[in-house]
Design a protein around this ligand. Structure first.
Ligand SMILES: Nc1ncnc2c1ncn2[C@@H]1O[C@H](COP(=O)(O)OP(=O)(O)OP(=O)(O)O)[C@@H](O)[C@H]1O
Ligand SMILES: [Mg+2]
Length: 469
């Protein structure tokens, strides 16, 4: 490795020279110092001669044989420098004569172009480090600077992109639980608000969820109070109806408290009919409330399905005759189940009496019955009425829903029958549904587990789990 070496004796005050001071600068260091892409950097010694030159160094690799056997190639003698086309004597003299300043700049226009030279005197050897560049290039921008600008631009783009990704990730972390929470709120069944589970580990959103749960519990408590109040009021409404209907019956009997004329009898009859309607309505509302509050009590006793259907057949025959309807009990099996007979009868009644109002006045036909299927019995009520369109079928089992057609005007009621039926069937562990097409009659089906005690046991377990949550 080529080095630039400097050796000098250390002279003491008494004139003796006890040691030498020696140091070496690797030529590579000069190469690094003077490494420029544009313009030219060089070092000039105190005599104004070239010590190192960027253009020279660049043309010859330090390790290559281009240096030849002698460092003279790299550090040419005074005579070679002065004839070197790379070095301008004027500059050399100018820099060498510029003794008084340590740092500064000079210009020259030797080759017809204005050159700028910035120089600094290196204190130790009185050498000058100079950087020369044509004025035109000075102003036209520097390749390295351009490069640097591009690099900075790319880096800043990277920083911006990184920042955006960070913002996106962060905001996603923040907003996702909020959106999740909003969706859960929207999905709540307002008649039965449920607690919302905390989302992730985020503390802030969970504070909101806890607050929501507290509020929801208070709303549920108030809702329950309201339902209980309504239930009490309805119950109170029912009590006076029994004596009203009873006394109407008494008034109609001439043997009890005297004979009424036909106008009076008619009036009493209207009172009694309306009181009975009111009693039915109050009873239905009470049923709905009981189902909503989960307070309806159910039996689990042995039910002879065939006997139940025959009993209903006989009871209904009067109504069917009046309306000229053919009723068919198409049950083919002998079935005994363990369930609530009265509630099943109530549902069958609702379905059959609905059908009675919808079958045509001529040729009306209602077929009903039961059929065993696995652990369940499927009950059905089919009519040849106008049927129900699919979009209306969806709302059919909702409370107070009545289809608004001219036919329904003939059909009284308050739109509770099917809602109650659904509540009862589901409480008994079954399902209820309709199959119908407009103009093709309606068929209602419901299933009842053959043994209620089995299904309700498991239901209770689920219930307890649900409430524990
Ligand atoms: N078999 C049927 N054919 C055609 N439409 C029906 C039939 N059964 C029920 N519907 C329609 O469904 C509506 C809801 O029936 P639902 O039994 O719930 O109430 P309702 O009979 O009107 O009143 P309620 O039963 O409380 O006295 C009825 O109003 C009627 O429009
Ligand atoms: Mg009904």
């Amino acid at each position: 490795r080529w080095v630039f070496a400097y050796t000098t004796p250390i002279v003491l005050n008494d004139g003796s020279k006890p040691a030498f001071y020696h140091f070496e600068i690797p030529l590579k260091a000069f190469q690094d110092i003077t490494k420029v892409d544009e313009g030219r950097a060089y070092v000039i010694d105190s005599g104004g001669y070239l010590v190192a030159d960027s253009s020279h160094v660049y043309n010859q690799s330090l390790n290559s044989a281009a240096f030849g056997q002698s460092p003279k190639d790299f550090f040419p003698s005074i005579s070679t420098i002065s004839t070197s086309p790379e070095f301008n004597e004027d500059i050399r003299n100018m820099l060498a004569s510029n003794n008084s300043t340590n740092i500064g700049h000079v210009t020259y226009s030797g080759d017809g172009e204005l050159h700028y030279i910035v120089f600094k005197r290196l204190p130790m050897f009185d050498w000058i480090l100079a950087y020369e560049k044509p004025y035109s290039l000075m102003m036209s921008g520097n390749y390295n600077l351009d490069n640097l600008a591009v690099t900075l631009f790319v880096i800043s783009l990277g920083v911006i992109a990184g920042g955006l990704i960070a913002i996106y990730v962060l905001s996603d972390r923040i907003t996702r639980p909020i959106i999740d929470f909003a969706r859960k709120c929207r999905n709540q069944d307002v008649s039965n608000l449920q607690r919302i589970n905390p989302i992730g580990k985020d503390k802030e959103i969970n504070q909101v969820i806890y607050a929501f749960n507290d509020m929801m519990e208070r709303v549920n408590a108030i809702e329950k109070q309201k339902e209980e109040f309504a239930s009490m009021v309805t119950h109170e409404l029912k009590s006076p109806l029994t004596p009203i209907i009873g006394w109407c019956q008494t008034l109609k009997n001439p043997k009890l408290i005297g004979q009424l004329n036909s106008k009076q009898l008619n009036a009493v009859d209207v009172i009694q009919r309306n009181a009975k309607r009111l009693l039915q309505l109050v009873g239905d509302i009470l049923d709905v409330q009981k189902l909503d509050l989960n307070r309806m009590k159910f039996d689990s006793q042995s039910v002879d399905v065939d006997e139940l259907l025959n009993y209903m057949y006989n009871n209904l025959q009067n109504v069917m005759d009046q309306k000229n309807i053919k009723q068919i009990n198409s049950t083919k099996e002998q079935l005994t189940i363990r369930s609530d007979r009265n509630r099943i009868e109530q549902v069958l009644n609702n379905l059959i009496l609905n059908a009675v109002d919808f079958v045509p006045s001529e040729g009306g036909k209602i077929e009903y019955g039961a059929q065993s299927k696995g652990d369940e019995v499927i009950f059905y009520v089919k009519d040849n009425g106008p049927g129900i369109s699919p979009e209306k079928q969806k709302k059919l089992f909702h409370k107070f829903y009545q289809i608004d057609t001219s036919v329904t005007r003939k059909h009284g009621g308050s739109g509770l029958g099917l809602a109650i039926s659904k509540g009862i069937i589901e409480s008994l562990g079954g399902k209820i549904w309709i199959e119908s097409e407009l103009g093709r009659g309606a068929s209602f089906y419901f299933t009842i587990p053959k043994d209620r005690t089995k299904t309700t046991m498991s239901e209770k377990v689920i219930d307890i789990k649900e409430t524990a949550k």
